[in-house]
Ligand binder design. Structure first.
Ligand code: NAD
Length: 498
C-alpha cells in the first residue's frame, strides 16, 4: 500500500481538520515496518476544542432528547455502511494490526452486529413506574444520557472496540470524543467518516461525535477534562489506574476494561482433541494479543506428557506471515517495542526455570525478518510464583502448570489480580458448572474458548476492570438513572407551624 498522508483526520465539531500545530504521526505496518500512513497528532488544544464541541452538542439537547428511533437509525445506517465497505475495512485492519484477513472480516461483522444490537435495544423503553402507596402521587424511574463521553481504545481490536463504545454511547443519547490507539488508528478514522455522514443526514448537532488522535497524553487530557462526564477506557492495567486517578478530581463516571491473565483448565475427562485444539486458539489467536487470551494452561497431571507433546507439535506448525496471505494462521506482534517487552518476559521465564517446549524466539524465514514476528511459544514446568504466570504477556506465550485436585485448580486459577475470562474443559456437566461458579471471572467458557455475543455482558472481576460492555448493562454504563415524583393535587402539609 502506498504511503498516504491524511493530515485532516481529526473530527471536531463536524469538520475534518488537521492538528492545530500541524503535527503528524507515522502509522506502521507491523508485517514489514513500512509506513502505512501519516495521520494528525492532536494537541491538548485540539482536545479542548473537541470536548467543547461535544459539550455544546449535548447541552443543545436535540440529540439527547431525540426519539430513540432516530438515534437507532444512525447506528443501523452506519452498520449498513460498514458492511458495504467490509472488504476495504478488513484489509485496512489487517495492514494496521497484522491480524489475518479472516479475523479482520470477523471484526467488521462483529462491529456491525454490536451497532445493530444497540440500535434495537435503544428502542425498548426501560423506564418503570413505582407504586408510591399514595393515590395522589405518580412515581417514575427513567434513564437519561450521562453527557459527554470520552472513549479511549487499545490497538488490538481497533474497529471492534470503538464500536463496542460508540454504539451504546450514541444509542443512549450521549455525545462523544473518541481517541483510538496511536498505534492502530486507521479503521477508526474510516468509521468516523461513515458515522459523521449518517449523523449529518439525521440532523444531529455538529459536535455529536468527535475524533482526536494521539498518544497517552491525549488520552490523559480527556480523562482529566472537567467537561467530560464519563470515561470509557479499554487498555492495560497501569493505564487504567491512571485514568481512574485522572477522573477522580471531577468524579467522572469511569468504565474500565483492562487486561487479563486467563486460565484455561483441562480436567482429565476432557475431550482431548477439542481441548488441545482450543488451547492453541485460546493462546495464539492474533499472536496472543487478545485481552481474554488463554495464556495460562492449567492441566491435570495425568495428561501432562500426551497433551503437552501434541500442543508443542501443533504450535511449531503454526504458519506465520502476512495477514493478507491465504493460509497464514497468525501475524506479527503490533510493534517492535511490544515484541521487545514480550521477549523480556520470555527470557525472564526461562531464567526462572520454565522449560521451552515450542517456539521461544523470532522466526528464521527471510520474508519475516522485517516484521515484528515471534514464534508461538509453549513453556512447560511453570508455577504460580513466576512473573510470566502472574503478568499479562499479551503475546504468543503459553505457560503450562499442573494440578491434581479440583479445589487446587480453582485456587490456582483465582490466584491472580486479574479476573477477565477463562475456560474449563470437562465432560462432567456438574463439575463444569461448579467450577464456573467458583471462578472469579467475568466470562467463563465450558468446553469452548473465545465465543461471545453482543447480547451478553463482557468485563472483568477484580483488577480486570469496572463496569461492563455489551448486553443491557453496556447501555446502562452510558445512562444516568432519574426518579421523577409527581404529586397530582398538591396540598399544604403544615409540617412547620408558621
Ligand atoms: P494501553 O493501556 O497502552 O493503551 C490503551 C489506550 O490508552 C490507548 O489509546 C493509549 O493511547 C491510551 N493511553 C495511554 N496512556 C494514557 C493515559 N495516561 N491516560 C489515558 N489514556 C492513555 O493499552 P494497549 O497496549 O493499547 O492495549 C493492550 C491492553 O488492552 C492489554 O492490557 C489488553 O488486555 C487490554 N485490552 C482489554 C480488553 C478488555 O475488553 N478487557 C480488550 C482489549 C484490550
Amino acid at each position: 500500500m502506498p504511503l498516504t498522508s491524511d493530515p485532516a483526520c481529526l473530527l471536531i465539531d463536524g469538520t475534518w481538520t488537521a492538528a492545530e500545530d500541524g503535527r503528524q504521526r507515522a502509522v506502521v505496518n507491523p508485517f514489514d515496518a513500512s509506513t502505512l500512513a501519516l495521520v494528525a497528532e492532536a494537541s491538548a488544544a485540539d482536545v479542548g476544542r473537541a470536548v467543547r464541541a461535544a459539550r455544546a452538542a449535548f447541552d443543545e439537547g436535540s440529540w439527547a432528547h431525540a426519539p430513540a428511533a432516530r438515534r437507532a437509525g444512525v447506528l443501523t445506517a452506519t452498520a449498513d455502511a460498514l458492511q458495504e465497505q467490509r472488504e476495504e475495512l478488513a484489509v485496512l485492519e489487517t495492514l494496521d494490526t497484522g491480524k489475518t484477513l479472516s479475523e479482520s472480516r470477523a471484526d467488521v461483522d462483529d462491529a456491525t452486529a454490536v451497532l445493530r444490537y444497540y440500535a434495537a435495544l435503544s428502542a425498548a423503553d426501560p423506564s418503570r413506574t413505582v407504586d408510591t402507596g399514595r393515590p395522589d402521587a405518580v412515581s417514575r424511574v427513567v434513564h437519561e444520557p450521562v453527557g459527554v463521553c470520552a472513549l479511549i481504545t487499545p490497538w488490538n481490536y481497533p474497529l471492534l472496540q470503538i464500536c463496542w463504545k460508540i454504539a451504546p454511547a450514541l444509542a443512549a443519547g450521549n455525545t462523544v470524543v473518541a481517541k483510538p490507539s496511536e498505534v492502530t488508528p486507521l479503521t477508526t478514522i474510516r468509521l468516523f467518516r461513515l458515522l459523521q455522514r449518517k449523523l449529518e443526514q439525521a440532523g444531529a448537532p455538529s459536535g455529536t461525535a468527535n475524533l482526536v488522535l494521539g498518544g497517552g497524553a491525549i488520552g490523559a487530557a480527556l480523562a482529566e477534562h472537567p467537561e467530560v462526564d464519563l470515561v470509557s477506557f479499554t487498555g492495560g492495567l497501569a493505564t487504567g489506574r491512571s485514568v481512574m486517578r485522572a477522573a477522580a478530581d471531577t468524579v467522572k463516571k469511569v468504565a474500565l476494561e483492562l487486561g487479563g491473565k486467563n486460565p484455561n483448565i483441562i480436567f482429565a475427562d476432557a475431550d482431548l482433541d477439542a481441548a488441545v485444539d482450543f488451547a492453541l486458539t485460546a493462546a495464539f489467536l492474533h499472536s496472543g494479543q487478545v485481552c481474554s487470551a488463554g495464556s495460562r494452561l492449567l492441566l491435570h497431571r495425568s495428561l501432562h506428557a500426551e497433551f503437552t507433546a501434541e500442543l508443542a507439535r501443533r504450535a511449531e506448525l503454526i504458519r506465520l506471515g502476512s495477514g493478507l496471505e491465504k493460509g497464514v494462521e497468525t501475524g506479527p506482534l503490533v510493534s517492535a517495542e511490544h515484541r521487545e517487552k514480550v521477549e523480556r518476559l520470555l527470557a525472564g521465564a526461562l531464567a526462572e526455570g520454565a522449560v521451552l517446549r515450542a517456539g521461544g524466539g523470532r522466526p528464521s524465514e527471510p520474508e519475516l525478518q522485517a516484521g515484528f514476528f515471534l514464534r508461538p511459544t509453549v513453556l512447560d514446568g511453570c508455577h504460580a510464583g513466576m512473573t510470566v504466570v502472574r503478568e499479562e504477556v499479551f503475546g504468543p506465550v503459553l505457560t503450562v502448570e499442573l494440578f491434581d485436585q479440583e479445589d487446587e485448580v480453582v485456587a490456582l486459577a483465582n490466584d491472580t489480580p486479574y479476573g477477565l475470562a477463562g475456560a474449563v474443559w470437562t465432560q462432567d456437566a456438574e463439575r463444569g458448572e461448579r467450577v464456573a461458579t467458583r471462578l472469579r471471572l467475568g466470562t467463563v467458557w465450558i468446553n469452548d474458548y473465545h465465543p461471545y455475543v453482543p447480547q451478553a455482558e463482557w468485563g472483568g472481576f477484580k483488577q480486570s476492570g469496572t463496569g461492563r460492555e455489551l448486553g443491557p448493562s453496556g447501555l446502562r454504563e452510558y445512562q444516568e438513572t432519574k426518579h421523577i415524583w409527581r404529586t397530582v393535587s398538591p396540598a399544604a402539609q403544615h409540617w412547620f407551624a408558621g
